[in-house]
Design a protein around this ligand. Structure first.
Ligand code: ATP
Ligand code: MG
Length: 139
């Protein structure tokens, strides 16, 4: 299986609750390399652009308000099968339905406040990485 990169966010709910270190520790233990990382307070426009795929969904307004409500940590992670592996490490979108031992199950508080984001396919990973990072940050 080939080395792959994915895009990850520690969302504002987790940053505000002081969970950044715990989540970074889980990322290291799962075997990812952190290729790039920075703190980012998204504007509402940046959040709307990032989640544009969900703009017709009833929760879009609430989601983009939430994602622009404070600082996030945005990252590029690398490993074999990084996209699927990071989604497995996070667990299902709704913490109540996520498997025990996953980030969302252990640390998430609601379907919206679910601590982390992960790309869902190679095309979305490429879009999301380029949305927040320039080429010179990805060497
Ligand atoms: P993400 O894209 O953040 O990694 P995901 O791919 O597991 O999460 P999506 O369906 O893409 O889930 O939803 C994007 C985000 O929108 C979710 O992570 C969550 O924060 C929020 N969300 C999803 N469904 C709901 C809902 N029914 N009510 C409120 N917020 C929701
Ligand atoms: Mg998604």
């Amino acid at each position: 299986m080939a080395t792959e990169r994915t895009f990850a966010i520690i969302k504002p709910d987790a940053v505000k609750r002081g969970l950044t270190g715990e989540i970074l520790s889980r990322i290291h233990k799962a075997g990812f390399s952190i290729i790039a990382i920075k703190s980012k307070w998204m504007s509402i426009g940046e959040a709307q652009g990032f989640y544009a795929v969900h703009k017709a969904r009833p929760f879009f307004g609430e989601l983009t308000q939430f994602m622009s409500s404070g600082k996030s940590v945005v990252m590029v992670l690398e490993s074999e099968n990084a996209i699927g592996k990071w989604r497995d490490t996070m667990g299902a979108t709704d913490p109540a339905k996520a498997a025990p031992g996953t980030i969302r199950r252990d640390l998430g508080t609601s379907i919206q406040n679910n601590c982390t984001h992960g790309s869902d396919a190679p095309e979305t990973a490429a879009f999301e990485i380029a949305y927040f990072f320039s080429g010179h940050e990805l060497v």
